[in-house]
Design a protein around this ligand. Structure first.
Ligand code: ADP
Ligand code: XUL
Length: 545
C-alpha cells in the first residue's frame, strides 16, 4: 500500500500553489501557477486588475479556475499519483468573493470528465466575472454606513472582531450592479469557492475566514441578521449559505469529475478550506510564537488561547475566530503595502536586484543615519487609507522628524524595511492578550521570508530570534494540507478531536535563521516613538487632503 498524501491548495494574490504532505507532515511536492506569467491572457498585474472605479481591485474568477486546471496538469506531468491523496483542503486570500449564477449548482453537479473546469464553468456558472479582492479600497461609503447602523466602529468591532474595512466582503458594493447581484444564487469566499469545485456543490464558508466579512458574530461564530440585512438586504441570508463551519470539517467526497479525469480515489475527502492567514497559523503557530507573514500583504499574527477574559476588540487590528478551536482566536495586523512596495523600492533604487537591495540595507546602520521613508503606493489599511511616499530626517534618529522632499537614493531600502517593521512594533504590545505567554520566537513566512537581510533585521527590531519552516516558505498551503490531514485523521476514529492531538507526534520543522543583537534592539527601542511621529504626520496630511 502506498503511503497516504494530503493536498493543500493556496489560492493567493499572485499565484495558485499546491502542496502535498505525507502522514508525518513532511512536504513531498509543491507546485505553483503564477497568474501574470502563466496566464498572461487575463492581463493581470501581480494577479489583479485595478479599476474601472476608483480604488476597485478585482481578479478574473475564470483565471483562478484555469489556474486550477493548469496546476493539476503540472502535477500529473510531474508524476503525482492522485489516487494516493486521502483528503484535500487549503487556503484562500482572505475577503475575496465569488458570485455563483443561478445555473451554477447544475453546472457543478454535472461536470464532464472529458472537459476542463474552465470550459464547463466559465462564463455561465458566474454572475459576476471580476471578483473583488482584498486590495480593493472602493467601499468607504458602505463601510461608514454599516458602522453608523451598528453604532460606530467600536460597536462593530466588538461584535464582528473588526470595524468596517474597505476590503471586508460584507462591505462590497452591490448597489451599482443590482442586476448582477439579483442574478447571484450564492456568494462564496475564495476559501469556500475552491472546495465547491472539489465537491461539485457549493460549500459552506469557514469560521475564521468568515471573520473577514463584517457579517459574523465573532463570539458565537454565527451569521448575524443585522449585518446581513445592512450589507445585502433580506436576500443576503440565502446567498451566503448555511452557518460557518470550522476549518478541516469533512464536507464530503470529491465529485466524480476528479475521479474520472485525474484518478482521485472516490473516497478522497474534501475538507473546509480557510483564509491564508488562519492557514498560516495552522501550519506555524505554537504558544509563545508571533508569526510575521511577508507575502504580497504583510500580516502579523498572534494566537489567542481560550480564556475566561474575552479578547479585547480593537479598531486598528482584527480579531478572527480560530480555524480549529472553537474557543480560541487570532489577533491580526494587516498591511496592504508589503512585498509590492518593497519591490517598487528595489526597482527604483537597487536596479531590480534583491542582492543589491540587501547590500544597501546592510551598509547603513540601524536608524538609517536619520533618514526615514514611509511608502504607501496603495491606499493602506494601517493607518487607514493613507497613500503616497513620505520622507523625513532626524539628526540622531530620535528627535522630532522634519519632512523632506527626497532621500539619498541609497537610503530607501533600509528606510522601507525599518518603517514597515516599526509600524508593527509600535502596535504589538496593545494587541498581546493579557494571558498570552511572553513572545519567544518570531516565525517568518511568505516570499520575502527567504531574504537573509530581512530575517536579520526582523530579529533585531523585535528583539526575538527569527525562525522559518525547514522545508517550505509556503505556510498557507502547508496549513491547508494539515487541515486535510486533520479531516482524514478525525474520520478514522470518532473519539479523535483536537488538532493539537493530531500534531502531538509530529517532529517540529523549524530552523533558527537570525538571533537578535541586543545593542541593535536597544537602538530600535528608541526609534518606535520617532516612527509614530512620522506616521502621525502622514495621517494628518492625508486627512487634510
Ligand atoms: P502571495 O502568497 O501573497 O501571492 P508570496 O508569499 O508568494 O505572495 O510572496 C511573493 C512576494 O515575495 C513577491 O511579491 C516578492 O516581492 C517577494 N520576494 C520573493 N523573493 C524575495 C526576496 N529574495 N527578498 C524580498 N522579497 C522577496
Ligand atoms: C488579510 C488580508 C491579506 C489577504 C491576502 O486581512 O487582507 O493578508 O489575506 O493575503
Amino acid at each position: 500500500m502506498s503511503e497516504p498524501l494530503f493536498l493543500g491548495i493556496d489560492l493567493s494574490t499572485q499565484q495558485l500553489k499546491a502542496l502535498l504532505i505525507d502522514e508525518k507532515a513532511a512536504v513531498v511536492h509543491d507546485f505553483a501557477v503564477g497568474y501574470d506569467k502563466d496566464l498572461p491572457h487575463y492581463g493581470t498585474t501581480n494577479g489583479a486588475t485595478h479599476g474601472p472605479g476608483d480604488g476597485q481591485v478585482t481578479s478574473p474568477v475564470a483565471m483562478w479556475v484555469e489556474a486550477l486546471d493548469l496546476i493539476l496538469q503540472r502535477m500529473r506531468d510531474a508524476g503525482v499519483d492522485f489516487s494516493r491523496i486521502c483528503a484535500v483542503s487549503g487556503a484562500g486570500q482572505q475577503h475575496g468573493s465569488v458570485y455563483w449564477s443561478k445555473s451554477a449548482a447544475d453546472a457543478l453537479a454535472s461536470l464532464d470528465p472529458s472537459k476542463s473546469l474552465l470550459s464547463q464553468l466559465n462564463p455561465n456558472a458566474f454572475s459576476i466575472h471580476d471578483s473583488p479582492i482584498w486590495q480593493d479600497s472602493s467601499t468607504t461609503r458602505e463601510c461608514r454606513e454599516l458602522e453608523e447602523v451598528i453604532g460606530g466602529p467600536q460597536a462593530l468591532a466588538d461584535l464582528t472582531g473588526s470595524r468596517a474595512y474597505e476590503r471586508f466582503t460584507g462591505d462590497t458594493d452591490h448597489e451599482d450592479r443590482p442586476d448582477d447581484y439579483g442574478a447571484t444564487s450564492r456568494i462564496s469566499l475564495v476559501s469556500s469557492f475552491l472546495p465547491s469545485l472539489f465537491l461539485g456543490l457549493i460549500a459552506p464558508i469557514e469560521v475564521s475566514d468568515a471573520s473577514g466579512m463584517n457579517l459574523m458574530d465573532v463570539a458565537s461564530c454565527r451569521w448575524d441578521e443585522r449585518f446581513l440585512r445592512a450589507c445585502g438586504g433580506p436576500e443576503l441570508r440565502e446567498k451566503i449559505g448555511p452557518e460557518p463551519v470550522l476549518g478541516g470539517t469533512a464536507l464530503g467526497k470529491v465529485a466524480s469529475w476528479w475521479v474520472n479525469r485525474w484518478g482521485f480515489d472516490p473516497d478522497c475527502l474534501v475538507a473546509s478550506f480557510t483564509g491564508d492567514n488562519p492557514a498560516t497559523m495552522v501550519a506555524l503557530s505554537t504558544p509563545g510564537d508571533a508569526v510575521l507573514s511577508l507575502g504580497t500583504s504583510t500580516t502579523f499574527l498572534l494566537a489567542i488561547p481560550p480564556s475566561n477574559t474575552p479578547p479585547t476588540r480593537f479598531t486598528t487590528s482584527h480579531l478572527l475566530a480560530h480555524p480549529t478551536a472553537s474557543d480560541a482566536h487570532i489577533a491580526m495586523l494587516c498591511y496592504k503595502n508589503g512585498s509590492l512596495a518593497r519591490e517598487k523600492v528595489r526597482n527604483e533604487h537597487a536596479g531590480g536586484d534583491w542582492a543589491r537591495f540587501n547590500d544597501l540595507v546592510t551598509t547603513a546602520p540601524p536608524g538609517n543615519n536619520g533618514f526615514w521613508g514611509l511608502y504607501f503606493p496603495l491606499p493602506e489599511i494601517i493607518p487607514p487609507n493613507v497613500t503616497g511616499n513620505f520622507y523625513f530626517e532626524t539628526q540622531d534618529g530620535t528627535e522630532t522628524p522634519t519632512q523632506v522632499g527626497a532621500l539619498p537614493a541609497t537610503a530607501h531600502p533600509r528606510a522601507i524595511l525599518e518603517s514597515q517593521l516599526l509600524s508593527i512594533r509600535a502596535r504589538v504590545t496593545a494587541i498581546l492578550h493579557q494571558d498570552a505567554p511572553r513572545l519567544r520566537r518570531l516565525v517568518l513566512t511568505g516570499g520575502a521570508s527567504t531574504n537573509p537581510t530581512i530575517r536579520q533585521l526582523s530579529a533585531d527590531l523585535f528583539g526575538i530570534p527569527a525562525y522559518v519552516a525547514e522545508d517550505t516558505s509556503e505556510a498557507a498551503a502547508t496549513g491547508g494540507a494539515l487541515l486535510a490531514r486533520y479531516a482524514w485523521w478525525k474520520s478514522k476514529d470518532g473519539t479523535r478531536d483536537s488538532f493539537e492531538k493530531m500534531r502531538a507526534g509530529d517532529a517540529e520543522r523549524m530552523k533558527l535563521v537570525a538571533e537578535p543583537d541586543e545593542k541593535i534592539t536597544r537602538v530600535y527601542d528608541g526609534l518606535v516613538e520617532t516612527y509614530s511621529l512620522c506616521e502621525n504626520f502622514v495621517v494628518d496630511v492625508c486627512n487634510r487632503e
